[in-house]
Design a protein around this ligand. Structure first.
Ligand SMILES: CC(C)(COP(=O)(O)OP(=O)(O)OC[C@H]1O[C@@H](n2cnc3c(N)ncnc32)[C@H](O)[C@@H]1OP(=O)(O)O)[C@@H](O)C(=O)NCCC(=O)NCCS
Length: 162
C-alpha cells in the first residue's frame, strides 16, 4: 500500500472557552478538552486511513495548566507512528489569553486509532513517509510507546478475566 506523509493528515482547530465548557470556578472541564482532542485527532486518523477509525487507547494524559473561561484553545494533531492498522496521533494543546496573546502549553498526549471495515475488523492502512530528523525522532519514540502500549493492552485483557 502507498505511503502518506505526516503533513497530508496534520490538522488544527481552535475553540473559545464558553461558560458551558467550564466548572463553577471558571476552568475548562478536562472531559470537554478530551472530547475536542479526540475530535481533531480522529480527523487526522481519517485523513491518513481514509476508512472508518475507532479510538483504541489514550495514553496517560496530564493537564499541566488550567484553561480559563474566555481563553482560546489551540489544538494541533499529527501522526507520529503507524502499524498495519493503527495510527498513533500526537495532540498538542495550548491555551491563549485573548488580551495578551500569551500561549501556554496545557497538555501533549497520544491517542491511538484503529482502522476498521464495515464489519468492525481491523484493516491495513498506508505506511508513513518520514521526512526529516524531527519526524524520524517522533517515529522512533512512537515505536517505543507502541511496544509499551501492546504490553499494557495484553495485561488489561488478562485482567478482564479475573
Ligand atoms: C479497537 C478494535 C477494533 C480492535 O479490535 P481487535 O479485534 O483487537 O483487532 P485486531 O486484533 O485485529 O487488532 C488490530 C490492531 O489494533 C491494535 N489494537 C487492538 N486493540 C487496541 C486498543 N484498544 N488500543 C490500541 N491498539 C489496539 C492491535 O495491537 C493491532 O495492531 P496491529 O495493526 O499493529 O497488528 C476493537 O477492540 C474495538 O472496536 N474497540 C472499541 C473501540 C471504540 O468503540 N472506541 C470508542 C470508545 S468506546
Amino acid at each position: 500500500m502507498n505511503e502518506k506523509t505526516v503533513s497530508e493528515s496534520e490538522s488544527e482547530m481552535s475553540r473559545l472557552v464558553l461558560p458551558e465548557d467550564t466548572n463553577s470556578f471558571g476552568n475548562l472541564y478536562g472531559g470537554r478538552l478530551v472530547e475536542w482532542m479526540d475530535n481533531i485527532a480522529s480527523i487526522t486518523a481519517f485523513k491518513h486511513a481514509r476508512s472508518k477509525v475507532v479510538t483504541g487507547s489514550i495514553d496517560s494524559l496530564f493537564f499541566l495548566s488550567p484553561v480559563k473561561l474566555g481563553y482560546i484553545v489551540n489544538i494541533h494533531s499529527r501522526i507520529t507512528y503507524v502499524t498495519r492498522s493503527t495510527m498513533e496521533v500526537e495532540i498538542t494543546v495550548k491555551s491563549e489569553n485573548v488580551e495578551t496573546a500569551e500561549n501556554k502549553i496545557t497538555t501533549r498526549a497520544y491517542f491511538t486509532y484503529v482502522a476498521i471495515d464495515d464489519s468492525g475488523h481491523s484493516i491495513e492502512i498506508p505506511g508513513l513517509k518520514i521526512q526529516g530528523p524531527d519526524e524520524e525522532r517522533r517515529y522512533h519514540e512512537g515505536e517505543l510507546r507502541n511496544k509499551m502500549r501492546i504490553e499494557l493492552l495484553e495485561e488489561a485483557r488478562k485482567n478482564l478475566n479475573k
